[in-house]
Structure formats: C-alpha cells, structure tokens
Ligand binder design. Structure first.
Ligand SMILES: Cc1cc2nc3c(=O)[nH]c(=O)nc-3n(C[C@H](O)[C@H](O)[C@H](O)COP(=O)(O)OP(=O)(O)OC[C@H]3O[C@@H](n4cnc5c(N)ncnc54)[C@H](O)[C@@H]3O)c2cc1C
Length: 389
C-alpha cells in the first residue's frame, strides 16, 4: 500500500495500528450503535483506551503518555474511527486539543498537575474556545477573566464543549482585554470540581452522539494565576497552534469514517444482486467505488504528510498550519462524499439503522464543521499561500 513506501511506517507504528484495530473491532464496534442511540458517554471503553495509552499517544512517558510520534497518533485514531467516530472525537480532543497544548505551552508545575492525569487516561480533558455568539470569529467572545491579585475571576458562558459533561479539566480561552479583540484572549486551565463552574444541558446531536457535548457556565469562578497558560493576550496564538494539531486528528477521524464507508460499500456491492448480477458489476456503482478509493488515498497522503510535517516541526520549529488545514479540508470532504455514496450504494438498507452506514453519514458531517469549518480552512489555506509566495 502507498503508506508503506511513502511514509516511514516502522514496526512500532504497525504495532500501535494493529493494537488499535484489534481493540476497536473487538470492543468498540459491537457497542457503537447502542451508544449512538442512547447518546451516553462510553466511559468503560474510554477508560480502557486510557489504559492502552491511546489518550496521550504523543505525550512523553514522563508526563503519563505513550511517548510515540504524530504518525502513530494518526494511525491509531484512524482505526478507532473506523469502528466509531464518537470514540475518536473524545480521543482526539484529549490528545491534541488538551494534552498537546499543555505539553507545548505549560510550565513544569502545570504539566505535572494537568498533563500527567489526562495523558494517562485517568482524567478527561476538554478544550473550550467557542461561545454562543462567537465561533469562527473568536475575537468577539464575551466571557471575561478579571485579575484580582493572585487569581482571576471568570464569568461567562461557553458553548459546544466536547466531553464537557464528564471533563475533569478544561483548557479555556477567555477575554482579559476585550478592546484588543483576539489579541485580548488569555488561556487558563480549569478544574471542573471548583465552585463557580457548572455544566449546561447536553447538546442533542445529529452524529458523534456518544461524545458528550455541552455548554459550560462560569459565575465568579476563581482561577489562580499559576493556572494561566502562557502570558495574558497569548490565548489566541495558543488556541490556533493547538488547532493545527487538532486538525490533523480530525483528518485522521475523517479518513477512518471514509474507509469504514468504503469497506461496507465494497462488501455490499459484491453481494447484492439486481437485474441478474452483482450491483458492483454495474459501471454506475463500480465508478462510485473507484472515486471513493481514489479520494481516500489522496486524503491519506495529505493526512500522513501533515503528521510528518508536525513531527518535523518538533525539531525545526517550522509551522505546519498549511499541511494541517489542507489535510482537514480534503479528508473531511472525502468523508462526507464517501458516506453519501455508501448510503446510495446500499439503497434502502443505507437508510436503515440496522446497518452502520447511516451512522457514518451522520458522523461524517461534523468533520466539515468543528475545529474550523471548510470555509475557514479555505480562508486559511488561501492566506497561508499568499504569505508563502
Ligand atoms: C459536535 C460539536 C463539537 C464541538 N466541539 C467543540 C469543542 O470541543 N470546543 C470548542 O471550542 N468548540 C467546539 N465546537 C464548535 C465548533 O468549532 C464551531 O461550531 C465551528 O468552529 C463553527 O462556529 P459556529 O458554529 O459559531 O459557526 P459560525 O462561525 O457562525 O459560521 C456559520 C457559517 O458561516 C461560515 N463563515 C463564518 N465566517 C466565514 C468567513 N470568514 N468566510 C466564509 N464563511 C464563513 C461558516 O463556515 C459556517 O458555514 C463543536 C461544534 C460541534 C457541532
């Protein structure tokens, strides 16, 4: 396969890929439909994923992680998402949006307090940038942190926080100097068992239903100065750097959904008969499969390339925003394309809850929305291209 000779897939990578595949197929796939239906958070399987090192793959072992590289993370996440994208969302937020941010920007004390328990899977981490009136445009957020001596007092409402209903710790972005817009945003680490923090209602969602999402509310919540991540006003820079890493995770998630949709379609096309032949023998169906396969391979190349670019940046310090955005944009649109075609190839059964293809269709859509919509990725890619020229 392409990934074998274009990318340095080592024995260690192969081991984590197979471990993730085995776990996902044996432990997650059989319960995925049930958790999708109930919308319940899959605590047991997530706990086991923590024990297997999947909740902090790129975090060094001294901070509770598995000490592997970005490609290992992508390969494992792809396998988890082939079985269930909701488990993948929880894993991705924990790894890239919470742990990576602290590893990159946290002091030693902050790493010990917040990174070790979350990277080891003992506790769950979340990331909170979005607000009811501020999504793509973070500079308009209304929540506030006001410094009072050795602590800040936080007030406001944040929305769409993945894992918030169960999270122990949250990387929060809020305004310290609103007049400076995005340059007035500061990052804080929040412990959810402290007074002044409450969780809002769980969002009823179209897809990734087992990944709990809710609003969070701060009412005179006191956060000590030492729980600030970076300096005042550095929050936007941190949020965007963390999203670069996150977008590679979403690309891997999209790749997993695409592959699951393709495999299901291929099997169905080989079995289902119409007009006296297998439906895969009709050119109309065979061409759909050819397009799915080709787009998946292109998405894989972009995703693994972005993983390699992130890995290189650990030594060169070079940005990998362009690679991450292109991978996220293309892989998410590939997931939507493949899931749409998969439903069509399955005909009426594609619309039925008896098969997982309708779930792939519902789950695929989110990859075009969170961590920057497709429109925002196009905006970023066009700007980054202008910068580089
Ligand atoms: C299931 C789920 C989980 C999520 N998890 C998290 C999380 O854990 N943490 C977190 O902080 N957020 C999270 N989000 C929020 C998510 O990142 C935002 O929904 C997303 O960034 C879009 O913001 P918005 O919903 O406010 O849309 P808006 O910004 O209001 O955009 C609406 C539409 O306008 C378009 N648009 C906006 N600006 C432009 C522009 N400049 N040019 C062209 N088109 C534009 C958008 O692309 C979109 O089509 C989650 C969302 C969902 C649905």
């Amino acid at each position: 396969m392409t990934d074998q000779f274009l990318f340095p897939i080592t024995e260690e990578h192969e081991m984590i890929r197979l471990a993730a595949r085995d776990f996902a197929q044996k432990e997650i796939a059989p319960v995925a439909a049930e958790f999708d239906e109930s919308g319940e958070f899959p605590s047991k399987t997530i706990k086991k994923m923590g024990e297997m090192g999947f909740m902090g793959i790129e975090i060094p072992e001294e901070y509770g992680g598995a000490g592997m590289d970005t490609l290992a993370y992508v390969l494992a996440l792809e396998e988890i998402c082939k079985a269930d994208a909701a488990h993948g969302t929880i894993m991705s937020v924990n790894n890239s949006l919470f742990c990576y941010g602290i590893l990159r920007f946290g002091s030693e004390e902050v790493k010990q307090k917040f990174l070790v328990p979350v990277a080891s899977g003992e506790k769950i981490g979340a990331y909170s940038l979005t607000e009811p009136m501020s999504g793509s445009d973070a500079g308009t957020m209304r929540s506030r942190a006001v410094r009072e001596g050795d602590h800040y007092k936080i007030n406001g409402r944040k929305s769409w926080v993945t894992s918030a209903p169960v999270a122990d710790m949250i990387l929060l972005f809020t305004m310290t100097e609103p007049e400076k817009k995005h340059r007035g945003i500061t990052a804080f680490l929040i412990e959810t068992d402290k007074p002044g923090f409450t969780r809002g209602k769980k969002e009823p969602k179209l897809g990734i239903r087992a990944s709990a999402t809710s609003e969070i509310v701060f009412e005179d919540y006191c956060v000590p100065v030492e729980n600030r991540l970076g300096e005042e006003g550095e929050g936007f820079k941190i949020a965007m750097a963390v999203l670069d890493a996150g977008r590679i995770g979403i690309a891997a998630q999209a790749l997993g959904i695409s592959e699951a949709a393709y495999q299901a379609s291929l099997s169905y096309a080989r079995e289902r008969e119409a007009f006296g032949q297998k439906i895969g023998q009709f050119e109309g169906i065979a061409f759909k499969l050819a397009d799915m396969k080709t787009r998946i391979e292109a998405a894989r190349l972009l995703t693994y390339n972005a993983a390699m670019a992130k890995e290189r940046s650990k030594t060169t310090g070079e940005r990998y925003s362009l690679e991450a955005s292109m991978a996220k944009l293309f892989a998410s649109e590939t997931a939507m394309f493949c899931a749409h075609e998969a439903v069509q190839i399955h005909g009426g059964m594609g619309y039925s809850k008896e098969l997982p293809v309708e779930r792939y269709f519902r789950d695929a859509k989110i990859t075009e929305i969170y961590e920057g919509t497709s429109e925002i990725q196009r905006l970023l890619i066009s700007r980054l291209e202008t910068e580089l020229r």
